[in-house]
Design a protein around this ligand. Structure first.
Ligand code: SF4
Length: 215
């Protein structure tokens, strides 16, 4: 998984992708957006958060997680001693679906294959935290339920895939808050674990599950 690119080279590569995302018209979501939202954060972040799609405020500002969900995400990051400058935050699709409808399978497929896949390859995060079910479905079996597998890390390809609730779901249902916060608190120990194991383990990584073949 090691990437020999320097920090500046990664930054430049991410900027180049963002410059392609902003005018992108590859799928129908282009028609209804105000601004595409490429994502933001450290070019060599250990932790990458992948949400679902931009909402109203994200679409207005062109930045990820800037509404109430974003404030809650900031709060959660603060509880583990991080800010959003320490991580990279993006979404499965980069343009807001009209009326906040769910993104369609074709829209997800084209946006992930064209942009998200490359962002992951450049950043090479040690931990990918999925926020919500659309992001989770990129890496976990299609029949996985977020209520069952949230907080259960999957280790593959020298990386941890970590399914979490979407912050907006937690804001809608405060009963999910203790579970979300407990799951979040485990992130530093999981990153430390995968960092140790990738330094000490010279054996080849196990073959990835089918869903992980995407990345
Ligand atoms: S959602 Fe992705 S593929 Fe569709 S127009 Fe926006 S950037 Fe392009």
């Amino acid at each position: 998984m090691a990437d020999k690119r320097s920090f500046k080279e990664r930054q430049a590569a991410l900027h180049e992708i963002a410059d392609r995302i902003r005018p992108c018209t590859l799928c129908p979501l282009a028609a209804g957006r105000t601004n595409a939202v490429p994502g933001a954060g450290r070019a060599d972040a250990d932790i990458m958060f992948i949400g679902e799609a931009p909402g109203f405020y994200e679409d207005q500002q062109g930045l990820p997680f800037v509404g109430a969900s974003g404030k809650y995400l900031d709060e959660l990051l603060g509880k583990i001693g991080l800010t959003r400058d320490d991580v990279f935050i993006t979404n499965v699709v980069k343009c807001r679906p009209p009326g906040n409808r769910d993104p369609l399978p074709d829209e997800i497929d084209i946006c992930v294959a064209t942009y998200l896949k490359q962002q992951v390859e450049i950043i090479q995060p040690r931990l990918i935290a999925t926020l919500g079910r659309f992001s989770m479905a990129l890496f976990f079996p299609k029949d996985a339920r977020i209520t069952k597998i949230h907080g259960h890390p999957l280790r593959a390809n020298e990386r941890i895939y970590y399914p979490l609730f979407h912050p907006a779901a937690v804001l809608r249902n405060p009963n999910l808050r203790p579970a979300m916060e407990a799951d979040f608190k485990r992130i530093p120990e999981l990153v430390a674990e995968i960092s140790r194991s990738s330094k000490s383990d010279d054996s080849p990584p196990p073959p990835p599950p089918q869903q992980l073949s995407l990345f």
